[in-house]
Write a protein that binds this ligand. Structure first.
Ligand code: SF4
Length: 348
């Protein structure tokens, strides 16, 4: 039975396997589908696209865009990164295992979806969520809380798990055929992979887990360091960007150092020199090094950062000449590179 073409479903689309299948199910029922892809600033794949080493395998395109072109539906890519910061700094429902505020994150996005449903004339929204797949936001109670707090109770269809959940408004009203919805649950992606194979869907990103920096323990450690030293309320969009780039070393309460790991990161860091101390090694190839220093640094503190910069250059020993630039003022240090044990203790 083909469903009414005038019924429009608005999907939250990542372009991963789950949202691919959810979209395909609704399109196969004959519904009109539009998609929304939110950019929070914490997306790992988006960052890898910008920073992947060009000598390695080329990065995949934006997966949501690829899917919209493959399945032929309209996609809206919406940057929410600036408004998203308070979700990360003060989540009402707290954090998951790392600094991932998953429940608040979903409420934030669903509230946006509620508004976009009106803007785009959609009668309900859908996601590729699977019951029990993510521990914080995809258990039954969390799903209900998220819907209630975003004023969408009954209007969120989860085609992959719908048969295990209470019928939603689109099912009750007959806009969607409940008998064609799935009963998937749990963390295994094998059932989705075999359904995709049967449907002839092959070009989807391999489910690797961890598409969000906030669930990454290393990123979370660096973010926690910013919270501890600058105060959560002072987190900026620039902090979020810089935390994704380079090695970060905390030398003291006053000093944090960022070291580029490849040419792309070095070039990126050059854009963020303003207001930071810059360390360069004029006589050897080296990483680009920035230091965020609170207040006036002592000569000894600057020498310590210079030693870090020397360590991340091709000059592995002896006295290394290091340029220190701050507000167009140049100072030269001669120092031995820092010891590996020191770096180990400072590394975030
Ligand atoms: S993993 Fe990241 S993007 Fe996904 S719900 Fe949690 S905080 Fe939001």
């Amino acid at each position: 039975m083909k469903m009414d073409r005038r019924i429009k479903a608005l999907g939250m689309i990542s372009g991963g396997l789950d949202s691919t299948l959810a979209t395909k199910i609704l399109l196969d029922m004959g519904l009109e589908v539009e998609g929304v892809n939110f950019s929070t600033g914490f997306c790992v794949t988006e960052h890898s696209r910008n920073f992947k080493d060009p000598d390695k395998k080329p990065p995949r395109p934006n997966e949501a865009l690829r899917l919209s072109s493959e399945l032929q539906f309209k996609l809206h890519i919406i940057d929410v990164s600036k408004d998203y910061l308070p979700v990360v700094t003060s989540p009402r429902y707290g954090y998951g295992q790392n600094l991932n505020p998953c429940i608040d994150c979903r409420i934030f996005m669903f509230k946006r979806m509620r508004k976009l449903m009106d803007d785009f004339g959609a009668q309900f929204m859908f996601t590729g969520e699977v019951l029990g797949q993510r521990p914080m936001s995809q258990h039954r109670e969390a799903l209900k809380t998220i819907e209630r707090d975003s004023h969408l109770t009954g209007l969120v269809l989860r085609p992959l798990s719908a048969a295990l959940l209470d019928p939603t408004i689109p099912e009750v009203k007959g806009w969607v055929d409940r008998s064609k919805l799935l009963a998937l649950s749990g963390r295994s992606r094998k059932p989705q992979m075999s359904i995709a194979k049967e449907a002839g869907l092959e070009d989807y990103p391999q489910p690797a887990g961890g598409c969000c920096y906030l669930t990454d323990p290393q990123y979370a450690a660096k973010l926690q360091d910013v919270f501890n030293h600058n105060g959560k309320e002072n987190l900026t969009h620039e902090d979020v960007l810089l935390l994704k780039v380079g090695r970060h070393l905390r030398l003291s309460k006053k000093i944090k150092v960022i070291v580029g790991r490849n040419e792309r990161e070095n070039n990126f860091l050059k854009v963020y020199e303003k207001g930071r101390h810059v360390f360069r090694i004029p006589d050897h190839p080296s990483a680009h090094v920035l230091a965020e220093i609170k207040g006036e640094p002592t000569g000894e503190e600057l020498r310590q950062v210079a030693a870090v910069a020397a360590r991340y250059s091709d000059a592995k020993e002896g006295a290394v000449r290091v340029e220190h630039w701050y507000n167009d003022t140049l100072e030269i240090f001669e120092t031995a590179p820092a010891q590996e044990a020191e770096l180990e203790a400072w590394r975030l």
